[in-house]
Design a protein around this ligand. Structure first.
Ligand SMILES: Nc1ncnc2c1ncn2[C@@H]1O[C@H](COP(=O)(O)OP(=O)(O)OP(=O)(O)O)[C@@H](O)[C@H]1O
Length: 494
């Protein structure tokens, strides 16, 4: 026999038992399946025969309910439509273009991702803005929930005008969130951004009305040269004031804050007023009291101030210097009593008007008085509770100088700094004077030399002044002693 044929025969004989095993297993499986099917058919038949019809129906209903629960169903969606008619009135809420439609456009311009959009509209004037093309959509996530915005163009029902709308879609379960939190959030965000971006205005009084011009004062808390701790406490006070709407409502007080700024001329009182206005983005109302003769004029001016504004009265010590306390009190009576509206304006009248008018109308108002001479002020103004914070703007200290040097020449150290620091501790110079010296040259070395020279001169003048004073004092003492000696001699003679 051929050896290879013999080997194949042996291998075939070995393979036969495993093949037979597989066939046997298959047969068993078919048998089991057949008997399971037979049992199921039998059970169903028996159930149909034996179980009551109602029970079967209830079981079917329960099974379908379970299926409905387990299978994912399509999520219900809601859509809010915010309309704008081209060239016409805003249809949503009856406002104008600057209403909700405009607000949403402004908001979406800050949320749009230029990399995610195939096409984009680029518009706006000096400030470029991005928006969706009609037919496009984008998503925004708020508190972890996805909101979809679509820009839609169409025709009015009459078919004669075009319409534009923004459609906000979201899962139905987020309807309350959309209406009560998301849309108000958009409005608040846009209002805040508009306030931040708007050009501030400073108003001055003309008769009984305000006349406004754009306010471009560059002063900010960063550029202000003053004691850093004091600066920080003012910023903290302003922040606290802004957050306290509920607090003022709860205690029943007008939502206003009063600051009295005092200190020598040129120490930055006006700069601080501008920094506060720039920080809060509030307009300034610069009240010139020499142009206000009567209480009724003042009343009309104060009534004409909107919310989020600052009333400034500069050099308050000069405004009422001729009015005695007695007259002041009498005038109060006039204001509250007989209703004689022609009463002359007084400090008490001003303070009472501010307290009275602002507690019944308006919010977020600030009043600032400035003076170079706090000691000349009427006690009515200095009484606790009248002005919430008294801020002293003093002479230039070392910290103030460093701020000015950084502002003017972008430097934090220099070889002349130690000498300047030492000189500043002994002389009184205002930040305005130091600013002027620093401005004299663009070359930092020359500018600092000028400051140092100025301070040396100041110190020399101060020492000379002290020496003259000393001589005068000594001379006076000597003269006084001579007089005493003479008096004693006269007494002895007698
Ligand atoms: N503290 C300061 N920080 C930064 N710059 C200052 C400061 N003080 C004065 N200056 C500079 O001096 C100029 C005059 O200052 P400012 O008018 O603010 O002083 P003031 O105290 O209001 O003076 P006055 O009492 O005479 O009105 C400002 O424009 C500013 O350049």
């Amino acid at each position: 026999m051929d050896p290879s044929a013999a080997a194949a025969a042996v291998a075939g004989a070995q393979a036969l038992p495993s093949y037979a095993k597989a066939v046997d297993a298959y047969r068993k499986a078919v048998g089991t399946a057949a008997s399971v099917t037979a049992y199921v058919v039998l059970a169903r038949g028996m159930a149909r025969e034996l179980l009551p019809h109602d029970f079967v129906a209830a079981a079917r209903w329960a099974a379908s309910l379970l299926r409905a629960r387990l299978e994912p169903s399509p999520v219900e969606r809601r859509t809010l439509v915010i309309k704008r008619t081209l060239g016409g009135q805003h249809l949503y809420g009856g406002g104008s273009d600057s209403g909700l439609y405009g607000e949403v456009c402004e908001y979406l311009a800050t949320r749009i991702d230029p990399h995610a959009m195939r096409r984009l509209c680029l518009g706006g004037g000096s400030k470029r803005t991005l928006s969706m093309e009609h037919g496009d959509s984008m998503t925004d996530v708020f508190e972890g929930v996805q909101f979809t915005w679509a820009s839609v163009a169409g025709k009015s029902q009459q078919g004669n005008t075009g319409t534009e709308s923004l459609e906000l879609s979201f899962d139905a379960e987020h309807t309350d969130m959309a209406l009560e939190r998301y849309v108000p959030f958009i409005t608040a965000t846009v209002t805040e951004a508009r306030q931040r971006d708007r050009a501030l205005q400073v108003f001055v009084n003309e008769g009984s009305s305000w006349h406004g011009i754009t306010h471009h004062h560059p002063s900010t808390f960063d550029t202000l040269a003053m004691d850093p701790e004091l600066k920080q406490s003012i910023v903290a006070d302003l922040d606290r004031f802004l957050k306290r709407r509920d607090y003022y409502t709860r205690i029943g007080k007008a939502w206003k804050r009063g600051y009295l700024l005092h200190g020598p001329p040129g120490t930055g009182k006006s700069s601080l007023v501008a920094a506060i206005a720039n920080y809060l983005r509030f307009n300034l109302y610069d009240l010139d009291l020499s142009g206000v003769c009567y209480n009724r004029t003042l009343q009309s001016l104060l009534n004409g101030m909107p919310n989020k504004s600052i009333l400034v009265v500069e050099d308050i010590d000069c405004c009422f210097s001729t009015v005695s306390r007695k007259e002041d009190d009498d005038s109060d009576d006039n204001y509250y009593g007989s209703g004689r509206s022609e009463t002359r304006i007084t400090l008490s009248g001003l303070l009472n008007f501010v307290d009275g008018l602002w507690s019944t109308s308006g919010e977020e108002r600030i009043i600032i008085f400035t003076t170079n001479y706090k000691d000349r002020l009427d006690s009515a103004l200095l009484r606790p509770g009248r002005m919430d914070m008294h801020i002293y703007m003093g002479y230039c200290c070392w910290e103030s100088f460093k701020t000015l040097a950084r502002n003017h020449h972008l430097i934090d150290c220099h070889a002349l700094f130690p000498e300047i620091q030492q000189l500043l501790s002994g002389v009184e110079v205002t930040p305005a004077e130091v600013s002027e010296m620093l401005l004299r040259s663009e070359d930092v070395d020359v500018a600092l030399q000028t400051v140092a020279e100025f301070l040396r001169e100041k110190k020399k003048a101060m020492l000379e002044q002290e020496s003259v004073q000393l001589h005068q004092d000594l001379g006076a003492k000597e003269a006084q002693q001579q007089v005493i000696c003479k008096q004693n001699a006269d007494a002895v003679d007698l």
